[in-house]
Design a protein around this ligand. Structure first.
Ligand SMILES: [Cu+2]
Length: 791
């Protein structure tokens, strides 16, 4: 399978390279050339970075495009003397077309432009540096409508794989590193999982309808977006506020989306409504989703996969000159969510959050400050599918209460036309209580006292960073950054249900729990644009993650209690280790980008990566339990992960009666090994490839896709990881879009193929009923419809 995939991809790479070297040679001929350069400003006089500027020769049709740097500057060198047209596009501003610009040999033609604000949503954040690693992407309504949860939207990027974790939020892994090893930021907020099984990860608090923009940084992360992570960074942002156009009175817009997916009877919808004047805007996003258990390809119901959730978010924004103020209040309510790969289900999860932001555009940069707070209450117990297995009356209440609080301050400034500085300071504090009330008649196993799992757990992180982005000349750019994060963790004394747990509790209470970690991160990244079709990036990053509260402070070695700890969906028993050190990754990664614009855009991107990790938080086997499952203790061990991402697209035809035909591909390969034992790291996604063909004619689009996954044969022996066979799935999709209505139709797993999920964990419901541990099986055929109306 591996060899076949690589063979299939080789022609794509080989066909492109020779064509480019020939063109590069031709451009070396000596001809009379000149330059077009300039600076873009917005109406307040602030510079506009990230704008796309394209010049086109009126004589030959030759085009060249680039992006303005953080100082708003652009410069086209080596233009053959003659007359050109230039087009400037940037989100939030009206398109500018400049005609008949004369370029003379050996001279610079200066073009300075002041952009006008467009009556559309304003892009309020300056993007990460214009490197391949960190491209922000707008999410379409269609994508929101077809995604079961926000993690599925993120999974479209190279280097990302998803681990199953209930229906409301899968866990994204970047280059094999997931959960809290990936930095997840929602509207600038860091939200910790307030659950020993991580049933409520960060992305569960942002419904697909609220995810307007996503940034995925799989390898090298700018320090401004990093900190406290070993993998990359995923940032999800809500829609930016849209103010009324200058001179017009009020702007009002609304969207309603409804969807239905046949497998599991999943239905729901969202409502977005915005009203704004020139200076004030008010936006509401509400969404609802509910689903029954889904069936796999063999027609068997996969139990405990039902869920329901409601989300509301209200944002008030005000702008005046260079000042922008935003306040968002949101409420998330999950009445139930089954977990087929856990012993417990979620029976209640409510979260309330507040997010305040102030941004000021300065003459040469910007100042951005945020403050956020979230309060989460979470309860676990058994839902009907587990009760059917365990017997009527089975009960084991487990409660958690989490509180996140933080601020971020970030300053950006153009030091000169070449250099841009970004510096910031941030705090994130998480408090956690985790307690399990006694169950009547179940002493001493589950009574008579309350089991205190985490007592007043505290984790605070204070981070400070500075980074310099330099655009040395049109070909060379560099990014250098350094940051420090100090992480404090602590937890109070604990107790078990009864004297049965007294030895472990006494041992834990005798230990000192307060820990301080001082972590230093570094990033160095360079980009070389060899010619208009070829760019190369190479970088190094040192990254750190401090242990979470459960890794340090889960204390009971009792089989039942330790079985409640762990966010791996495997049924194994875990307990903590106060002495755990932070994990430190040394990442070396590069990207080769080959691309063409013109009338038929295409792109091939290859990203090899290597991460050498010191003190990786893995496990030691403490004992084999009566249940035949291991009791595992978190422990530091060195590890290494390497692999590669390949992505690309090609426009097969464009324009004319046949519309536009596009072929796209994403392939991921990752290989993780623990150094001391030379054994495979846990839950590494096997080699996989996604291919898609899409055709678009006017408002109508249709296509098909395929997902191919190799068998998972490299297995972690300590966790008794299960093998999963390879599989291939086919999907069909079609959509129609007009000004006011948009509809989507999709068939996933067209041939109703039966397959096991490589990162789906183990089916604990089947294990509880039969004693056999098997992987969770994937969804069988599902037919979906969605409809979006704008008003
Ligand atoms: Cu939970």
């Amino acid at each position: 399978m591996k060899a076949k995939l690589l063979l299939a991809l080789l022609p794509v790479v080989c066909l492109c390279v020779p064509a480019h070297s020939i063109r590069a040679q031709q451009s070396l001929e000596i001809v009379a050339t000149g330059r077009i350069a300039g600076v873009l400003h917005d109406p307040t006089g602030a510079v506009v970075p990230g704008a796309k500027v394209e010049v086109r020769s009126r004589a030959t049709g030759f085009t060249k495009s680039l992006t303005t740097n953080l100082a708003g500057r652009f410069a086209f060198d080596g233009l053959v003397a003659g007359r050109y047209d230039a087009t400037i596009t940037v989100s939030g501003f009206q398109i500018v077309i400049l005609r008949d610009i004369t370029v003379s040999a050996g001279k610079e033609t200066t073009v300075n432009v002041t952009l006008r604000i467009a009556p559309v949503r304003t892009d309020v954040e300056v993007n990460a540096p214009e490197m391949e690693t960190g491209k922000r992407r707008a999410v379409s309504d269609a994508e929101q409508a077809r995604s079961r949860n926000t993690a599925e939207i993120v999974a479209d990027a190279p280097g990302v794989s998803l681990r199953e974790n209930g229906q409301l939020a899968s866990i994204p892994l970047l280059h094999g590193l997931g959960d809290e090893r990936t930095k997840l930021v929602v509207n600038g907020m860091t939200i910790s999982s307030a659950c020993p099984n991580h049933m409520n990860p960060t992305l569960s608090y942002v419904a697909p309808a609220q995810a307007a923009q996503v940034t995925v940084l799989a390898g090298i992360t700018p320090v401004s977006l990093g900190g406290d992570s070993l993998g990359g960074t995923i940032s999800v942002e809500s829609p930016a506020p849209a103010f009324a156009e200058l001179g017009s009175k009020v702007r009002e817009e609304g969207t309603f989306t409804g969807f239905y997916r046949s497998n599991g009877e999943n239905w729901g919808g969202s409502l977005k409504e915005g009203i704004a004047s020139e200076h004030i805007s008010l936006d509401y996003v509400g969404s609802f989703t509910t689903t029954e258990d889904y069936s796999d390809g063999s027609g068997h119901k996969v139990t405990s996969t039902y869920a329901q959730s409601t989300d509301h978010a209200l944002t008030l924004a005000a702008q005046n000159g260079p000042n922008l103020f935003l306040a968002t209040g949101s409420f998330h309510h999950t009445p139930f969510e089954g977990f087929v790969n856990d012993y417990m289900d979620l029976v209640h999860n409510d979260a309330t959050s507040l997010n305040l932001r102030y941004r000021r555009t300065l003459a040469k940069g910007s100042l951005d400050a945020r403050f956020y707070w979230q309060n989460t209450t979470h309860e676990m117990n058994f839902l009907q599918d587990k009760i059917a297995i365990d017997g009527a009356g089975a009960s084991m209440p487990m409660n958690t209460h989490g509180r996140d609080l933080g601020y971020l301050v970030r300053y950006e400034s153009a030091l000169s036309t070449r250099h841009n500085l970004r510096a910031g300071n941030e705090l994130h504090r998480f408090r956690l209580d985790d307690w399990w009330p006694p169950v009547a008649g179940m002493a001493p196993m589950m009574g008579p006292n309350t089991f205190i799992n985490i007592n007043n757990g505290r984790r605070a992180r204070l981070g400070t960073y500075a980074e310099l982005f330099s655009h040395w000349n049109p070909r060379w750019s560099t990014l250098f950054g350094a940051r420090n994060d100090t992480v404090w963790t602590d937890a109070g004394n604990v107790q078990g249900y009864s004297m049965m747990y007294a030895t472990d509790a006494a041992a834990f209470n005798a230990e000192s729990h307060a820990k301080t970690d001082s972590n230093f991160d570094l990033t160095a990244l360079a980009r070389y644009d060899a010619n208009e079709h070829t760019a190369v990036e190479l970088g190094y990053a040192r990254k750190n993650r401090s242990p979470n509260l459960y890794e340090r402070y889960a204390w009971s070695t009792n089989m039942m209690a330790a079985g409640m700890i762990g966010w791996f969906g495997d049924g194994n028993m875990y307990y903590g280790n106060v002495a755990l050190k932070p994990e430190t990754g040394n990442v070396v990664s590069g990207t080769l980008l080959l691309h063409g614009q013109a009338t038929k855009p295409w792109e091939v991107k290859l990203t090899p990566h290597l991460n050498s990790i010191q003190e990786f938080i893995d496990v030691d086997v403490a004992a084999m339990t009566m249940m035949g499952l291991p009791l595992l203790r978190f422990a530091n061990h060195d590890a290494r992960i390497y692999g590669g991402d390949l992505s690309g697209f090609a426009t097969l035809w464009s324009g004319g009666a046949a519309g536009t035909g596009k072929l796209s591909a994403i392939g991921n390969w990752v290989h993780g090994t623990r150094s001391d034992s030379d054994t495979p790291l846990y839950q590494m996604m096997p080699l996989n490839l996604r291919l898609a063909f899409d055709e678009e004619i006017k408002g109508l689009s249709a296509g098909f896709g395929s997902e191919m996954v190799d068998s998972k044969s490299r297995l972690d022996p300590n966790r008794m990881e299960l093998r999963t066979p390879g599989y291939a799935l086919i999907n069909l999709h079609a959509a129609y879009k007009s000004k006011y209505v948009q509809g989507g139709f999709r068939v996933d797993n067209l041939f109703n193929h039966f397959y096991e999920l490589p990162l789906g964990g183990n089916n604990i419901d089947i294990y509880s009923a039969t004693g056999n541990m098997t992987p969770v099986t994937g969804r069988g055929r599902s037919v979906s419809f969605s409809l979006t109306a704008r008003f």
